[in-house]
Design a protein around this ligand. Structure first.
Ligand code: SAM
Length: 318
């Protein structure tokens, strides 16, 4: 079995199958990470094929693949269209997004992603970004913090957690700087036996806000539709329900609310149609070797062919 130090790719076969790669096509991996998915895409491409990859974390640059068909762009995928254009690319045949954080990011204590270590309360994927999680927990007031923890962490006791954080920073008389301090602040509000789950929800909320994850995802999905060739594939792997809901709604209806619009004849009006039936999940064999795959949900969309023909999808294609 292959060893992966930086990150073990999730649902590799399913992702590749979803992309339905044409050997001479142009593809984009918007979440390069350790490059596991990118390497597999390159193996499926012929000499004329091309692969552009994005990662906003400069650590990922160390994994760049030495291949003339490959370009790695150290930018946020929310600027997908602009950076592709900068490289002279207007249309692509497939896009893969394997969302969230890499194992490497979790494993480096001082980046603050993991609840396992005591490190700086940072949580930025792109360290050029100005706002860290420490800035967030020290600047928001109690109600803003509670709203954030509820919305992005889906924490049942968001209010109590927010109150505890504000109280902690007031009593300490200094800002919360480390993951250890944050954990100490909320310790009394972690239900017994569910400590790790609640901490993970708390860290998820902060991470989503610090990295503007949902806004970036929305921007990328919309631009994906603009740059995909008709018939081109969009494959997205999500790791929590907030992301997966956006992806599902978008692939079903072309909007984030999931409101299906139809024309007079009952044809769905959307630039994209869902190809996968429901969300694809990792199989038993993968789950046995990669616990991270447990929460993964993969969905495949296809750019609708009739681009100038009112963007309609026949009803029986859905
Ligand atoms: C789950 S890992 C991807 C792993 C990769 N598929 C592999 O096989 O190694 C997600 C990666 O996407 C990057 N990332 C997440 N959101 C991003 C965004 N908005 N723009 C660019 N990169 C992003 C992270 O920095 C991380 O390296």
């Amino acid at each position: 079995m292959q060893e992966y130090e930086y990150h073990r790719p999730v649902m590799l076969d399913e992702a590749l199958g979803g992309l339905a790669i044409r050997p001479g096509g142009t593809y984009v991996d918007v979440t390069f990470g350790g490059g596991g998915h990118s390497r597999a895409i390159l193996s499926a491409l012929g000499s004329e094929g091309r692969l552009f990859a994005f990662d906003q974390d400069e650590d990922a640059l160390a994994n760049a693949i030495d291949d003339s068909r490959f370009v790695l762009i150290n930018e946020n995928f929310r600027y997908l269209k602009n950076f592709l254009r900068l490289h002279g690319v207007r249309r692509v045949d497939g896009i893969l997004a394997d969302l969230g954080v890499s194992s490497h990011q979790f494993d480096v204590a001082e980046r603050g992603f993991s609840t396992r270590f005591d490190g700086a309360l940072d949580l930025r994927m792109d360290r050029r970004g100005e706002m860290t999680a420490a800035d967030l927990v020290n600047s928001l007031d109690e109600s803003e913090l509670a709203r954030l923890l509820k919305l992005y962490g889906e924490l049942p006791n968001a209010k109590q957690m927010a109150r505890a954080i504000v109280k902690y920073r007031q009593e300490a008389g200094s800002p919360i700087q480390t993951t250890g301090e944050l954990k100490a602040a909320v310790q009394r509000h972690l239900p017994r036996g569910m400590e790790n789950k609640y901490l993970a929800m708390l860290f998820q909320a902060l991470r989503i806000e610090v990295n503007g994850e949902l806004e970036a995802l929305k921007a990328m999905l919309q631009q994906a539709c603009e740059v995909l060739e008709p018939g081109g594939r969009l494959v997205v792997i999500s790791y929590h329900s907030l992301e997966d809901r956006l992806v599902k709604n978008f692939m079903r209806s072309g909007n984030f609310e999931g409101e299906v619009e139809k024309d007079f004849y009952g044809n769905v009006l959307s630039p994209i149609r869902m190809v996968s039936r429901g969300a694809v999940q990792a199989g038993e064999a993968e789950l046995a070797v990669n616990n991270r795959a447990r929460s993964a949900r993969l969905r495949v969309g296809e750019k609708v062919e009739a681009e100038n023909d009112s963007k309609a999808v026949p009803q029986n294609n859905r």
